[in-house]
Ligand binder design. Structure first.
Ligand SMILES: Cc1cc2nc3c(=O)[nH]c(=O)nc-3n(C[C@H](O)[C@H](O)[C@H](O)COP(=O)(O)O)c2cc1C
Length: 247
């Protein structure tokens, strides 16, 4: 299966056998760098190659949320500190591109990739991609991903959303882009913030067609999550239970 709905991300451009075919990961300047780190770890753990684009604004959120000062020349060390993997492994598996490098590989449809994820996606990047602005490499790579019929997953993080952003997201969805908001579910028995982050990353990887163990999948039975407020747990309000077992 090819086209925007393809889980394999195999677009019109076919690579030669054995050719490197990375996932492009675009990190824009919305809050939510832990989501990006979890997706990157998931891709690495699945054995995928990655082309990484960090927007200029994302350097600010990264600094604010992790204390890491991103450096172009020392990117592998910065990435190792951020995602908790060795810089040696990362320098082999990850190709890092500067956000202003419009001559980079992912700026062209003839450069083979599996597809792309923008995580987190700022409203500015959502707008730029929806309008086809290609004002930087992240937006251009996303535009290329859409035009080549490869899988693009966008993870918006903003609240509340304006009608402007909602219309941009609708345009993306109509173009075959998977819009996967950073909105963790609580039905999997999350106990920690990391569990909630992994839930979002897991849903992203599901939509890229990448195997992972980041979330407990719904079993089809209510009250089986192990969270603090799960049915049967000490925190659960038993008095308000409904016949079906949930409250
Ligand atoms: C600390 C910080 C947090 C931000 N959080 C968000 C956010 O959650 N969502 C959003 O859309 N923009 C957020 N912004 C604003 C974006 O960074 C800004 O719109 C920027 O132009 C996005 O550029 P980019 O899409 O090229 O990365 C934040 C900015 C800063 C400095």
């Amino acid at each position: 299966m090819t086209g925007p709905g393809s889980a394999t991300g195999s677009g019109a451009t076919q690579p030669t056998p054995g050719q490197r075919r990375p996932w492009v990961v675009g990190v824009s300047g919305a809050s939510g760098t832990p989501y990006a780190a979890a997706v990157l770890r998931g891709l690495l753990d699945a054995g995928a190659d990655i082309d990484l684009v960090i927007s200029r604004a994302a350097r600010l959120t990264l600094l604010d949320e992790t204390g890491i000062t991103w450096s172009q020349s020392g990117w592998a060390t910065c990435l190792a500190e951020w995602v908790g993997r060795s810089a040696d492994v990362l320098s082999v598996r990850v190709r890092h591109w500067a956000p202003g490098d419009l001559g980079a590989g992912p700026a062209s449809g003839s450069y083979p990739t599996r597809g792309m994820v923008v995580v987190p996606a700022s409203t500015a990047s959502v707008a730029g991609i929806a309008l086809g602005l290609s004002k930087d490499l992240l937006q251009r790579a996303a535009d290329v991903t859409i035009k080549e019929g490869r899988r693009l997953v966008v993870v918006p993080r903003e609240t509340p959303l304006t009608s402007i952003t909602l219309e941009h997201l609708l345009s993306l969805a109509r173009a075959g882009v998977v819009v996967a908001p950073a909105s963790p579910g609580f039905y999997t028995g999350a106990q920690t913030v990391a569990d909630l982050v992994d839930f979002v990353a897991g849903k992203v990887l599901d939509n890229l067609g990448v195997e992972h163990q980041l979330l407990h999948r719904w079993s089809g039975q209510l009250g089986t999550s192990s969270g603090p407020n799960a049915a049967g747990s000490p925190g659960h309000a038993r008095g308000s239970e409904r016949p079906g077992g949930w409250s």
